[in-house]
Design a protein around this ligand. Structure first.
Ligand code: GTP
Length: 596
């Protein structure tokens, strides 16, 4: 086991984690040159296009070190986005150490800190790597000080690297061997393995990524998942090279996978302990967390005949991502659809995009919302993940909403702007600290619902893109909240209701009515738009009827122009829903996200 090293790479988004992984794979000849392509571990199309890592991936590298010995290095790549924090923490639990990659031009950012703290909590050995030193603006000495002051680890021996040119790759490999401890554990002990991840593979069925701690595992073994005591017979065990490759057995200290004719990934709990029923380990892992969705939205097919297709698509997607939840939902306005639950906004957007792209579905999605806890006057506590389901005002004793602890790192010139933004978003500052002469770290308590509403774009524009942001869930807190309804021609549109703070209801109602006026097209009749809380109308506006029929102009005119116009109408129709006799486009459901 002394020749095994299990490590992860952690970094703020875009600091170069995947590119470093590419260099390590290349240097150890794990993938033949001709098969090598950039960001080889990011396998999903969307990951590649957006340049983000969504699912954690694993690869086993063989490395002949300068000491002449052969080593096995198991790299577990981790997702960089805050939505996937739980995957990062599980990946880290499977390692003895981690490369902490920091962009030498940008310095420590919000997710550098969040991920580094997570690694320190798990008592991992951190190896700081300053990447992108090829950039003219790189300032490794300054960044070393930031790492020491903010994260509190020694950065004197930080490795200088350029994943772009390959500089430092060998130093990283040597540091992994010298500085990260070999795994402990014993082959003689009863089987103890941790489930790090699982996903569905169309050839192999459910693949379970495991970290072996004690004992050994081979095909034919009858294993037990300790959380729910289910038993399975192992079909295959193997490694990722990075393609899944069968082997005879896995032994303590190794990272690999098993398959066991498991049909549904929901049977598998990330963080669970695997053992052998007739000789179980006496020390299972302390437990695992069921990841819970925190952001919800309604998803409705534009054509109601596509409802079953949408269900099939959601089922297929959730085969591979047990963190998605969906339940049938009916909306008076939108008909039959589903309420989807996601780990965060990015996760939600990715799923929406995959539904449209991979399954060719036309959807209307409602605005995202968080989960409220409502205590009714009769003592009943209800969980509300859809504003339309909010009890009547008279029935409500109190409403609680999720709040987060947020960290923002930014150049000092933007502090004023961010503070204003945070106040507008009901944030409470809890800390402020200079991380060097020019950059500041701010900490806030903030309702999660305020982050769900177009927060990232605002943060970006206020800081010209220089602020980084990270958060963790902090708990529930009572809020003075009300449901704001929208009425179109006096009809309440359930799918447009939102929950807002009482003090903001008036101007949010007014702004929302104005925004809806911009996106709802003129029709043959006037459309009255009203915003209301309970029976009280807060704002009203009207989309005036057409004066002229636009298509009339084309009759007798140029035929290709006419076709173009018709095509345009057809394309435009796609993401529209008829509510009563009013055509409402997708943008209307997102208008709420654009409120100040
Ligand atoms: P996520 O997976 O989304 O968290 O990002 P990441 O940390 O894996 O970053 P990635 O490897 O995708 O790199 C981000 C960008 O930085 C890409 O455009 C890379 O080409 C670029 N990059 C990575 N390493 C270097 C480097 O050493 N020098 C320069 N100049 N650019 C680099």
């Amino acid at each position: 086991m002394s020749n095994i090293r299990n490590f992860s790479i952690i970094a703020h988004i875009d600091h170069g984690k995947s590119t470093i992984a590419d260099r390590l794979i290349e240097h150890t000849f794990t993938v033949e040159k001709r098969q090598m392509r950039d960001q080889i571990l990011d396998s999903m199309d969307i990951e590649r296009e957006r340049g983000i890592t969504v699912k954690a991936q694993t690869v086993r590298l063989k490395y002949k070190a300068k000491d002449g010995k052969d080593y096995i290095l198991n790299l577990i790549d981790t997702p960089g986005h805050v939505d996937f924090t739980y995957e990062v923490s599980r990946s880290l639990a499977a390692c003895e150490g981690a490369l902490l990659v920091v962009d030498a031009a940008q310095g420590v950012e919000a997710q550098t800190i969040a991920n580094a703290y997570m690694a320190v909590d798990q008592e991992l050995e951190l190896v700081p790597v300053l990447n992108k030193i090829d950039l003219p603006s790189a300032d490794p000495d300054k960044v070393k000080i930031e790492i020491e002051e903010i994260i509190g680890i020694d950065a004197a021996d930080a490795i200088l690297a350029s994943a772009k040119s390959g500089l430092g790759t060998e130093d990283i490999l040597e540091a992994i061997i010298k500085r990260i401890p070999a795994p402990e554990g014993s082959v003689e002990e009863p089987l103890k393995a941790m489930i790090v991840d699982s996903w569905y593979d169309s050839y192999l069925g459910v693949i379970v990524l495991i970290r072996m701690v004690d004992g050994q595992l081979e095909a034919g073994d009858k294993i037990q998942f300790m959380s729910n005591k289910t038993e399975r017979v192992v079909d295959t065990v193997g490694y990722f090279l990075p393609k899944p490759t069968k082997t005879d057995k896995l032994v303590s200290g190794e990272v690999g996978f098993l398959t066991a004719s498991i049909k549904n990934i929901r049977e598998i709990n990330i963080g669970d302990t695997i053992t052998i029923a007739r000789r179980p380990t006496v020390r299972p892992f302390p437990g695992f967390k069921k990841v819970k969705p925190v952001v919800f939205c309604g998803m409705y097919p534009v054509e109601s005949k596509d409802y079953e297709d949408l269900r099939d698509a959601l089922e297929k997607l959730s085969l591979n991502d047990s963190s998605i939840t969906f339940e049938p939902e009916t909306s008076a306005a939108l008909g039959f659809g589903f309420r989807g639950g996601f780990l965060g906004l990015l996760h939600m957007e990715i799923i929406q995009e995959r539904l449209e792209r991979e399954f060719d579905l036309d959807l209307v999605n409602t605005a995202p919302t968080v989960v409220y806890r409502v205590t009714k006057k009769d003592g009943e506590v209800v969980i509300i993940d859809n504003p339309a389901g909010m009890p009547e005002v008279g029935e409500i004793e109190l409403i609680e909403e999720p709040v987060i602890d947020a960290t923002v790192i930014l150049p000092e010139e933007f502090v004023g702007g961010i503070m204003q933004l945070m106040v507008a978003r009901r944030g409470m500052q809890t800390n402020m600290k200079y991380i060097n002469e020019t950059r500041v770290m701010l900490e806030y308590k903030l309702p999660l619902s305020e982050v769900v509403m177009d927060f990232y774009d605002k943060l970006k524009s206020v800081s010209k893109g220089y602020a980084s942001f990270d958060y963790e869930f902090s708990g529930y807190q009572q809020g003075d909240l009300v449901k704001l309804d929208i009425l179109l021609n006096k009809e309440k549109v359930d799918a447009l209701s939102i929950i807002v703070h009482k003090d903001q209801a008036f101007y949010k109602g007014r702004d929302l009515a104005d925004k809806l006026k911009e996106v709802i097209h003129r029709q043959m009749f006037d459309i009255a738009i009203q915003a209301a809380v309970g029976n009280k109308i807060l704002a009203r506006t009207t989309v005036k009827a057409y004066r002229k029929n636009v298509t009339a102009k084309c009759y007798g005119g140029d035929i290709s122009r006419k076709r173009k116009l018709l095509e345009k109408q057809k394309a435009g129709k796609k993401r529209m829903k008829n509510i009563g006799n009013v055509e409402v486009p997708q943008e209307a459901f997102m208008a709420v996200l654009k409120l100040g």
